[in-house]
Write a protein that binds this ligand. Structure first.
Ligand code: ATP
Ligand code: MG
Length: 140
């Protein structure tokens, strides 16, 4: 079964929506095989989003991601990586609300940076990101 790494970001956790999002995840056929609430340090957030280092939104992104607790989840389902990104919807919350009003980012996101959830974007990312948060779990 394919696995992907999901995050419930600080805006959604602050709003008290983490449990509701986890219920929706399971209603959509994913199994949550690991979960952990935690707070990222600046160093860890910068490492996690290393591919975006140097972009204009990077400091704002790191600030946001360290602004409060998150939930890290490992989700399993056939085709989990694409299925989870489809359930999240577009990265930009305003675009999400316009184009896919029932997706998680439309329902729970805040603005252009604070978009409620994260999902791995490829099998290589999923493997890296699952190890990043759950080093004791095998990636495949
Ligand atoms: P994620 O990696 O969080 O699942 P994504 O793959 O849809 O989201 P990325 O391009 O990887 O989007 O960007 C990572 C995160 O950086 C986004 O989820 C969002 O929080 C933030 N971000 C991306 N682009 C912008 C932007 N143009 N302005 C502000 N924040 C942005
Ligand atoms: Mg991404």
């Amino acid at each position: 079964l394919e696995k992907t790494l999901a995050l419930i970001k600080p805006d959604a956790v602050r709003a008290g929506k983490a449990q509701e999002i986890m219920q929706l995840i399971e209603l959509n056929g994913f199994t949550i095989i690991a979960k952990q609430k935690m707070q990222l340090t600046k160093i860890r957030a910068e490492e996690f989003y290393g591919e975006h280092k140097g972009k204009e939104f990077f400091p704002k992104l790191v600030n946001f991601m360290t602004s409060g607790p998150i939930w890290a989840l490992v989700l399993a389902k056939p085709g989990a990586i694409l299925a989870w990104r489809a359930l999240m919807g577009p990265t930009n919350v305003f675009k999400a609300r316009a184009e896919q009003p029932k997706c998680l980012r439309a329902l729970y996101g805040t603005d252009g940076t604070q978009n409620a959830t994260h999902g791995s974007d490829s099998p290589a990312s999923a493997s890296r990101e699952i190890k990043f948060f759950f080093s004791a779990l095998s990636p495949a």
